[in-house]
Ligand binder design. Structure first.
Ligand code: ADP
Length: 447
């Protein structure tokens, strides 16, 4: 096994990766910016290297600096976490060329799936269902309008390079498409350096269901069931659960098997997630993420599997121990993303954490970047912790989440914990039948 791994990330995911490494007897190297000298991931790691200034482009996104840190510390492998360099094919390639192992898929697969248009075309050939649309890039707004006429409104125009809910616009008629298209295209150009857009049918009340897969270097692929990530604000996930309250075992098996087959054909290595929209009992592929996801813990808790450890073992060349095993969800798991933000205005609320008390007891897990007296810097994402629960069934998991949210104390800053309490009490969440539209309605009601 590897003796030393460099973790090219920060915050809760860097701490999470460190923990998996230590459980496996692996030494860790943290990298950090000047603003993160006191961050939890730096305190936890066995060694740390400052790789640059506070802005991500000068530190966490600086590929040469990350590679130099691996070089001087004699790390053997690099785990990129999520965000930052995790889906950067060029970085994955550089890591390999510099003689380190990249804990993730082959660079070609990162590149293929990083472009939504290419990804959709590719998975269509692999037998996955997709949403009716332009089937490729559109040549400007006139072309987008012609496609919309053909498939019928409402439509969604998306940037092929988009991510994090940016670079997309929904239109219920031609006037809306004309005005929104240009804005989304500019956002894509500025945010991702690529303004290629495509158009697809906009589904009005779908669920967001995603399948977790794992592949090894020996051609074995398994799936670990689905996560329901439909509770979203501005296309960003807020609460996730596994299994989904509305999927039958037969639907899970069928979709999971399709994803496994697709990965087998690709020769996919490592952890990955196929994202689908689910409406009227039909699934439609939207994208694949070629990395560990924020919401991976809910899958871990219902399957009893450490996904980060699996990523590391697979990267080292081990065969999946779980190959050929049909996993069945055990109990139910829910995750609430805790953001340092105003629960009503959603404005970020960085600053000093005064009081800090985490919930505990059976079935409670807190993956957090916080500790008492820690000052949350303004330069990074506002998600500072994840509260994850496991229960024997969905009812127990909800009760446990409500109890844990009552216990959780984060003083000195504003967080979205009050919003999570309302969500757990909402009829939409309790029924389990909520769609990607419902969180916006819950927010309007509790304001
Ligand atoms: P990103 O890469 O920015 O996360 P995705 O393509 O994964 O973008 O979509 C994010 C979210 O946007 C989905 O979970 C869903 O809520 C919404 N969405 C995307 N495509 C559609 C569609 N065709 N119809 C309805 N909602 C959509």
């Amino acid at each position: 096994m590897f003796k030393k791994i460099l973790i090219a990330n920060r915050g809760e995911i860097a701490a999470r990766i460190h923990r998996a490494c230590r459980d496996m007897g692996i030494q860790t190297v943290a990298v950090h910016s000047t603003a993160d000298a006191d961050a939890i991931h730096v305190k936890m790691a066995n060694e740390s290297v400052c790789i640059g200034d506070k802005y991500p482009k000068d530190s966490y996104l600086n590929m040469a600096a990350v590679l130099s840190a691996a070089e001087i510390t004699n790390a053997e492998a690099i785990h990129p976490g999520y965000g930052f360099l995790s889906e950067n094919a060029k970085f994955a390639k550089m890591v390999k060329e510099a003689g380190f192992e990249f804990i993730g898929p082959n660079p070609e697969h990162i590149e293929l799936m990083g472009d939504k248009i290419t990804a959709i075309k590719y998975v269509q050939e692999l037998g996955l269902p997709t949403i009716p649309g332009s089937n490729g890039g559109v040549d400007g707004v006139e072309h987008a309008c012609r496609i919309a006429e053909e498939i019928g409104y409402p439509v969604i125009a998306k940037a092929t390079a988009g991510g994090g809910g940016r670079g997309m616009t929904i239109a219920f008629n031609e006037a809306e498409l004309r005005s929104g298209f240009k804005i989304a295209q500019t956002e894509a150009k500025n945010g991702f350096g690529d303004d290629t857009m495509f158009v697809e049918k906009f589904l009005q009340k779908p669920k967001h269901i995603e399948i977790q897969v794992l592949g090894d270097k020996h051609g074995n692929v398994i799936h670990l069931g689905e996560r329901d990530c439909s509770l979203q604000r501005r296309h960003q996930k807020v609460v996730e659960e596994a299994p989904s309250a509305v999927l039958s075992a037969a639907q899970r098996d069928e979709l999971g098997e399709l994803c496994v087959k697709a990965c087998e054909k690709m020769g996919y290595i490592g952890a990955g997630t196929f994202e689908f929209l689910f409406e009227d009992d039909r699934f439609y592929f939207i994208e694949m993420n070629t990395r560990i996801q924020v919401e991976h813990p809910v899958t871990e808790l219902i399957n009893g599997v450490d996904l980060i450890a699996e990523q590391i073992k697979v990267a080292y060349g081990e065969e999946l121990e779980l190959k050929g095993i049909k996993l069945r969800p055990r109990g139910h798991s829910i995750e609430c993303r805790i953001n340092a933000e105003d629960p009503k205005t959603f404005m970020p609320s960085p600053g000093k954490v005064t009081d800090y008390f985490t919930p505990g007891g059976l079935g409670i897990r807190v993956d957090s970047a916080l500790y008492p007296e820690y000052t949350i810097p303004v330069y990074y994402d506002s998600m500072v912790a994840k509260l994850i629960v496991h229960g024997a069934n969905r009812e127990q998991a909800i009760a446990r989440m409500k109890r844990a949210l009552e216990e959780f104390v984060i003083g000195g800053i504003k967080t979205n914990i009050p919003l999570h309490r309302k969500i757990m009490e909402s009829e939409e969440f309790i029924s389990g039948k909520y769609s990607v539209k419902d969180l916006e309605d819950i927010i309007k009601r509790v304001k």
